[in-house]
Design a protein around this ligand. Structure first.
Ligand code: HEM
Length: 150
């Protein structure tokens, strides 16, 4: 029981780190986007700052996955066959793939387009949609984990 609680503390710390970092990234990106749309010289340092966040995301994800796997082992896979857990895993996979495929691709596209205003604005709007999607996935995963609908 004590080991399960330790895993849960690490799990929730990883969740706080990942979600907090995603919120910080979203806020930073909104500041960048506002100054870009107002025609002010956008601070490219903000984009550079966002690159630094990815290390924190990685640490949070490692905590979540290791502690989650630990809880699965301790509970002898008690949740593995439950429908909420299968949906949770599918959503986690979507979250990770969306982060790597859409997120990374869109951010490097924006860095290339930074001098072509109209194209850059299109990409900025898609990045905002990307953050909204990630946030929605996070909250759905949290709801599923807490209520364990079956
Ligand atoms: C974005 C990723 C994840 C989020 C947001 C998340 C969220 C949560 C939350 C909020 C809880 C607490 C539920 C409660 O105590 O009422 C929980 C528990 C749990 N999670 Fe995750 N989790 C994530 C990833 C994972 C992964 C990758 C695994 C497995 C490989 C996993 C397995 C578990 C298990 C087994 C529990 C314990 C349920 C219990 O004992 O009540 N989670 N998760």
């Amino acid at each position: 029981m004590i080991l399960l609680n330790i895993c849960l503390i690490i799990h929730l710390s990883g969740l706080a780190l990942m979600l907090g970092t995603t919120i910080a990234e979203t806020v930073t990106f909104n500041v960048f986007s506002k100054s870009f749309k107002k025609d002010a010289l956008p601070s490219l340092n903000l984009l550079a700052l966002m690159d630094k966040f990815s290390a924190l995301l990685g640490i949070g994800a490692t905590f979540l996955i290791l502690s989650g796997t630990g809880m699965m082992i301790i509970t002898h896979g008690a949740f593995a066959h439950q429908i909420w857990f299968k949906i949770k895993l599918a959503l986690i996979l979507t979250l990770v793939l969306n982060g790597f495929l859409a997120g990374t691709r869109l951010k490097s596209k924006l860095e290339r387009q930074i001098k072509e205003r109209d194209q850059a604005i299109g990409t900025i709007n898609r990045i905002k949609l990307f953050y909204l999607t990630q946030m929605t996935l996070f909250f759905t995963i949290i709801l599923l984990s807490i209520f364990k609908f079956s």
